[in-house]
Design a binder for this molecule. Structure first.
Ligand code: HEM
Length: 419
């Protein structure tokens, strides 16, 4: 294991709750009771190596504060894995290495984010809605025409829809999409805390492959630009907006990866939750205008991104408690979203919850998810269309979780689609 992995194991053995939440299988599989335990100890729990919060108010304060940066490069727990990797290959860049948007701050962050943001404004997303609907219909046609009555909904729909949408936005041709999904799946592993060196190598190798893939794709678009986001970013990079090749490649990889590694979980988690709450599903079938709020409640109740990390830039306070300079704080978005101070009866899944949208599933502050509107559109369209088309859809076997701590979702979701 890398340094972080060893520290976590040591911390867990000494009873550190934050470390136990990562290391112990039962707490990994169901992190929600641990969030309650952490929150019961106060708005900020300072462990041996990192601090953590599962409080909505404290999480919100940290995410919006300019006294905290999102750069893991300065985290004191920077893993030995990353250190070793940077010695053997100084150019190896994971999804949370600078200059990834997720890991940089103003003014670089503002400059690069601006170049991408125009493609994700509410207006731009509204313009995509007919295409998202068309894609969802086509995928369900394929499922209906297929022979076996049991399908894995993740592969055939929950993952395929967001992959196709984001690939179209970025101009990635169809034949390149499947290999790319595999690459991003493996690369996303590097988000995991305490990864074994073997898995870390797998993730970095996949990331490198992703970069190679994008280099070729960018070279193709330079020769033959289209009307897509990446072609426009290339034009900006080559024009007055100064975007280095590395910035271009890393940003494209982040947008592609973030575009589907998370939305697949939203759709998968939603289907599993609704099948387990048939009364709520029936109401949605009868009143389809409720889907938008149902999506918010799924995001709150089972957040696709459970945790993120910030590091303080100075001695400061959070919720009135002292935090020293350089302290890494794990912000448990999934825990903040079950905070009873904001959400009454937080462990009850309720698609009609009035303030579901106050969740922090898309983070807050300068790194607020760029794709939030797109994810909401895809989620609502995918779910409404699925249950309209297959009202008798039912589980057919046991769903398998991804088993990851940061991203929460299903790897397999076997369903019978019915007539
Ligand atoms: C950032 C969640 C879908 C693109 C983030 C962050 C979260 C998040 C929590 C911020 C992490 C932090 O503060 O440290 C989600 C969820 C999604 C989703 C739950 C689906 C349900 C998408 C989609 C895109 C996307 C469809 C497509 C473009 C991004 C980008 C960032 C980001 C580019 C980085 C923004 C920045 O650092 O300035 N997302 N996301 N996301 N997301 Fe999403």
């Amino acid at each position: 294991y890398g340094l972080t992995g060893l520290a976590l194991r040591l911390g867990a053995r000494q009873g550190d709750l934050l470390a136990r939440s990562v290391v112990e299988p039962a707490r990994r599989a169901d992190p929600f009771p641990t969030y309650d335990e952490i929150r019961a100890r106060g708005p900020l729990l300072t462990g041996r190596f990192v601090a953590g919060t599962a409080s909505h108010a404290a999480a919100n304060e940290i995410l919006r504060s300019d006294r905290f940066l999102a750069s893991p490069a300065v985290a004191p727990t920077k893993s030995l894995n990353r250190l070793l990797e940077s010695l053997t290959d100084p150019h190896a860049l994971g999804p949370v290495d600078p200059p990834s948007l997720l890991a940089i701050s103003a003014p670089e962050h503002t400059r690069i984010r601006k170049l991408v943001a125009y493609a994700f404004t509410p207006r731009a997303i509204n313009a995509l809605s007919a295409r998202v609907q068309e894609l969802a219909d086509g995928m369900l046609d394929t499922i209906a025409a297929g022979n076996p009555s049991t399908v894995d909904l993740i592969d055939a729909y929950a993952s395929l829809l967001p992959v196709t949408v984001i690939a179209e936005i970025l101009g990635v041709p169809e034949e390149l999409r499947q290999p790319f999904v595999k690459i991003v799946n493996e690369a996303a592993l590097s988000l995991e805390p305490g990864l074994s060196y073997r898995d870390y190598r797998r993730a970095t190798e996949a990331t490198r492959e992703g970069h190679r893939f994008l280099d070729e794709h960018i070279a193709r678009l330079r020769r033959d630009p289209g009307d897509d986001l990446l072609s426009r970013m290339i034009a900006a990079a080559d024009g007055s907006d100064r975007l280095s090749d590395t910035e271009l490649r890393v940003t494209a990889l982040l947008v592609l990866g973030a575009g589907f590694e998370t939305t697949v979980n939203l759709i998968g988690n939603a289907v599993a939750l609704l099948l387990a709450h048939p009364d709520q599903l029936d109401r949605l079938k009868a009143e389809p205008e409720g889907w938008a709020n149902a999506v918010e409640e799924v995001l709150r109740y089972e957040s696709p991104v459970q945790v993120t990390l910030r590091v303080s830039t100075a001695d400061t306070t959070v919720a009135g408690l002292p935090v020293r300079e350089g302290q890494a704080v794990v912000v448990m978005l999934g825990g903040a979203n079950r905070d009873p101070a904001v959400f009454p009866e937080p462990n009850r899944f309720d698609t009609t919850r009035a303030n579901a949208r106050e969740h922090l599933a898309f983070s807050a502050g300068p790194h607020f998810c760029l794709g939030a509107q797109l994810a909401r559109l895809e989620g609502a369209t995918a779910l409404r269309t699925l249950f309209e088309r297959f009202p008798d859809l039912a589980l057919d076997g046991t769903p398998t979780r991804r088993g990851t701590r940061v991203l929460r979702g299903y790897r397999r979701l076997p369903v019978r689609v019915g007539a």
